[in-house]
Design a binder for this molecule. Sequence first.
Ligand code: ADP
Ligand code: MG
Length: 226
Amino acid sequence: MSKVIELKGIKKIYKTGDEDTIALNGIDLSIEEGEFVAIMGPSGSGKSTLMHILGLLDKPSTGDYMLDGQNISKLSVSKQSAVRNQQIGFVFQQFNLLPRTTVLDNVLLPTIYGKPRNNVNAIKLIEDVGLGDRIHHKSNQLSGGQIQRVAIARALIMDPSIILADEPTGNLDTKRSKEILELFRKINKAGATVVLITHEEEIATYADRTIRLRDGQIVTKEEISA
Ligand code: ADP
Ligand code: MG
């Protein structure tokens, strides 16, 4: 196994007015290729900030980020966005599907900004996430669970090696949550590295490993409840 992600001494400080918020306070973390990692921690502990840094949507204040052995912090902004578009698929809690646009066109959206590493058949992908009978439905004609599935298919259309998901089941009931998690597990079994933020212990049992954050630091399970 090789390390796909390696963070060393990552800090993120937000300056708002004259108050500084230390959102991440020295994160060291390695993730192996093909791992399924859950990130847990109370609200405000830095989970989303960590995910944004992993996804090259935000820069750390200090520290190094090695992605596939390459020091990503040293790349230009345009090289970083090329890496992001090619290698990373995002699923957020607030899925922003294009309104009044078909499932197919929503899934194809990322391909406007770049060529996939490997050609992925959009129809097959939509079938794989269980929406084969909704391909030409518009986004406003779908249920919450179906919207999440579209978002997942869209995250996969560029054939990314890493999937980052921030509370992807946050708005769903238990049954729908389980289905979405099964889907992530399937994606992971097919080879992708999955990093998923959740606040539900039960969800974390789907993962190979759970990383817990508190006050911007990685802690053990015992420490979090202390
Ligand atoms: P979580 O996702 O675990 O709830 P976040 O990563 O969103 O936590 O936030 C961590 C801390 O950083 C919080 O104290 C939050 O208020 C602060 N924070 C997050 N984003 C910003 C921002 N853009 N500007 C200022 N402070 C922020
Ligand atoms: Mg968050």
